[in-house]
Write a protein of this length. Structure first.
Length: 335
């Protein structure tokens, strides 16, 4: 196992209900529930899960933009909560973010040169005379021409803007980039170009990526390891090879199997081959959609939707267990 660049230790985040006004409404939203996870050096960790499961919250906590309610986040082995002003500035340079929406993430009033010079100026990475030269280099890195230096964001397509967003992240020579749904606002053909660029940059600069998406084929394609999140809880963590393997019904205990939630996710991806589709259906957790809220007190978050759940699942949170080398599942039933 490589050294970790970013490590979450028992990280939880509660939000108060934004619509709650009266005391009875003021319940807490458990956006993250005791997450233990790390992004290793030089790896792309894919984070997948349905909308609202806490992916962006984890990203914000990793970057120190939100504080966890409990737990710790370590960057290069140091707790980010203990960073002083100087160390925080270095951290901000080393950990960068690429946003989902390339349209709103760039200041429309500034030229490309201004946008990409800003991080150079803030972090004093080169002298003013060299901004133009360095920005041209960055544009070249992301496949854009230096001729666009004096143009404005609205003059570009979504894919081009996302390239500018990537160039801005690269400007500070980061060690880790958090990409939160970086391709979901783009056309499919452009998505592929951006993903290939991202893979290329990762390899060239030995970057670590936390790559967030709810698009399973994209996650399968880019990730070295995949983490599966459900309602704020980490359900499964596995190498890419395990995620790629077609799922088998967990109870058959074949050589590759998944958490019931991951199985559900994998089964929801359309399979073009009818034979393979029929085969996959055999392991389908149809009953998993029968929501049984009475089953869940303080246990596994997926318990109310799980057709394999036993009484213990609703009252005791399962811990992540290694079921195969580097493959962890949090489930009382699948062991
Ligand atoms: N500032 C906030 N105040 C209150 N609740 C919040 C806040 N930010 C997030 N939440 C809640 O926390 C939960 C997790 O949100 P988050 O944005 O992390 O989900 P996500 O997995 O990124 O979803 P999506 O795939 O739609 O982007 C959701 O229930 C959301 O409503
Ligand atoms: Mg999100």
């Amino acid at each position: 196992m490589k050294d970790s660049i970013c490590e979450f230790k028992a990280v939880s985040k509660d939000y108060s209900n934004p619509h709650g006004f009266f005391a009875t409404d003021s319940y807490k939203i458990k956006a993250l529930d005791r997450i233990n996870l790390s992004v290793e050096q030089d790896e792309i960790l894919g984070l997948v899960g349905e909308s609202g499961c806490g992916k962006s919250t984890l990203a914000k906590i990793a970057l120190g933009l939100e504080s966890p309610t409990s737990g710790q986040v370590f960057f290069s082995g140091h707790d980010i909560a203990g960073f002083d002003k100087t160390r925080m500035k270095i951290f901000r340079r080393q950990a960068q973010m690429v946003f989902q929406d390339p349209f709103s993430s760039l200041n429309p009033k500034k030229t490309v040169l201004k946008i990409l010079s800003e991080p150079l100026k803030i972090h004093r990475l080169c002298s003013k005379d060299h901004y133009e030269e360095r920005v041209s280099e960055l544009l070249q890195e992301v496949g854009l021409s230096e001729r666009i230096l004096n143009r404005y964001p609205h003059e570009f397509s979504g894919g081009q803007r996302q390239r500018i967003g990537l160039a801005r992240a690269l400007a500070t020579m980061p060690r880790m980039i958090i990409a939160d749904e970086p391709t979901s606002a783009l056309d499919v053909s452009i998505q592929a170009q951006i993903i290939n660029l991202l893979l290329d940059l990762q390899e060239r600069h030995k970057l670590s990526f936390l790559f967030i998406s709810h698009d399973l084929p994209v996650i399968q394609f880019v990730s070295h390891r995949v983490a599966v999140l459900y309602n704020g809880q980490l359900m499964e963590l596995m190498p890419r090879s395990a995620f790629l393997q077609s799922q088998n019904h967990p109870m058959t205990k074949s050589s590759n199997y998944h958490h019931p939630y991951t199985s559900l996710l994998l089964n929801s991806v359309p399979v073009p081959d009818p034979k393979a589709r029929a085969e996959a259906k055999k392991g389908d957790h149809g009953a998993a959609f029968n929501y049984r809220s009475d089953r869940y007190q303080d246990g596994c978050a997926f318990c109310p939707r799980c057709d394999l759940a036993v009484d213990r699942c609703g009252i005791e949170r399962p811990l992540l267990k290694e079921i195969e080398k580097d493959h962890f599942i949090a489930c009382h039933v699948i062991t």
